[in-house]
Design a protein around this ligand. Structure first.
Ligand code: FAD
Length: 303
């Protein structure tokens, strides 16, 4: 019942999401990890608890090359698993087609070796899928699982990279920032359109900075130009699962809630005590955000 996991690589380094995917996949059997990146990332991956063996390869980070490399390894494994990330969504359907396996995607819970839970209808319902195939191609929502510990020392084997296809990766563009990564952050502070302006959103950013938190936004705030697109949380934005989610002036539309279901504790700051997000919050501060947030920042700065 062995499992092969494709590690998440972020800008050449091992992403913290990998330890979460390994923790989930360990429920299916002993895990081997394929790290498509530098050997330093492989060495870091070898420390993740539950990993029996690490393969590294200087393979090109493109779906065609990764699917080809995975397909050369898969005969040894009953499960081939990746994150439900842009990488996993690119590689795994291709691999599944090559292997003639129906993939099960976006898994948030593993009930048994052949029963998986996944959200449908933008997270408004959860469906349990029974997968009777002999071998399984799965993608996992990393944010739904706690990370595996980092006290391991698994052996590392270097694999040859497969011959590259005609297509070539020219460049990857990313925004450089010290702000924690939204999908894996411990604390997220997000703002809604009610902040009223780009300057108003700076209040949300200040609160996040004091807490060392990642910054999120609603689609309405993004559409209004108060926050960049890659801060959007929700059905058409990022899926997050922080220990603490602080929602500043956010109503809690269904499409927003679809992205925060994994949050463990929620604090809502809103002047409407009946707002949907206030109703599901563990703690609500009812009042004007322009009064509450500066007071919060001042108290936190004293601490
Ligand atoms: P509003 O709903 O307008 O809420 C503003 C809130 O601020 C209210 O609760 C109000 O009481 C409070 N408020 C106002 N002034 C103050 C103040 N001074 N102090 C304190 N509180 C105050 N949205 C997402 O967020 N993410 C998505 O991924 C997403 N995907 C979508 C996909 C589709 C196909 C569609 C149709 C919509 C999607 N939306 C998404 C939009 C979503 O439906 C909502 O419109 C949006 O989430 C609302 O954002 P908001 O909470 O900032 O604004």
């Amino acid at each position: 019942m062995s499992v092969l996991v494709l590690a998440e690589i972020d800008n050449g380094a091992l992403s913290p999401a990998t330890a979460r995917i390994v923790a989930a996949a360990s429920r299916l059997g002993p895990v081997d990890l394929l790290v498509p990146g530098p050997q330093a990332a492989g060495a870091e991956a070898a420390r993740i608890a539950g990993v029996a063996k690490v393969f590294t390869s200087a393979v090109e980070m493109r779906a065609e090359s990764l699917a080809m490399l995975l397909s050369t390894l898969t005969m040894r494994y009953r499960y081939i698993v990746a994150g439900a990330s842009s990488l996993g969504k690119d590689v795994m359907p291709r691999l599944a087609a090559m292997l003639d396996i129906q993939p099960v995607t976006d898994i948030v819970a593993i009930e048994s070796p052949t029963r998986f839970v996944r959200p449908v209808y933008a997270g408004n319902a959860l469906e349990t899928v029974s997968d009777p195939q002999d071998r399984h191609v799965l993608t996992i929502r990393a944010a739904a699982f706690r990370p595996a510990a980092g006290d391991n020392d698994a052996p590392v084997e270097v694999l040859d990279a497969p011959a590259v296809s005609a297509a070539k990766l020219i460049a990857t563009h990313r925004n450089e920032s010290d702000i924690p990564d939204l999908p894996t952050a411990r604390i997220v502070v997000a703002g809604g359109v009610s902040v009223g302006s780009r300057e108003g959103f700076a209040l949300v950013e200040k609160l996040a900075s004091v807490l060392g938190a990642a910054i999120g936004a609603t689609r309405a705030a993004v559409d209004a130009g108060y926050a960049p697109n890659d801060w959007q949380v929700g059905q058409t934005g990022k899926i997050i699962a922080p220990e603490l989610y602080i929602a500043v002036g956010i109503s809690g539309a269904l499409q927003h809630l679809a992205g925060i279901q994994g949050a463990r504790k929620i604090i809502a700051i809103n002047k409407d005590a009946e707002a949907p997000l206030v109703r599901i919050a563990d703690l609500a501060l009812i009042g004007d955000l322009f009064e509450i947030v500066p007071q919060l920042i001042a108290e936190l700065e004293k601490a």
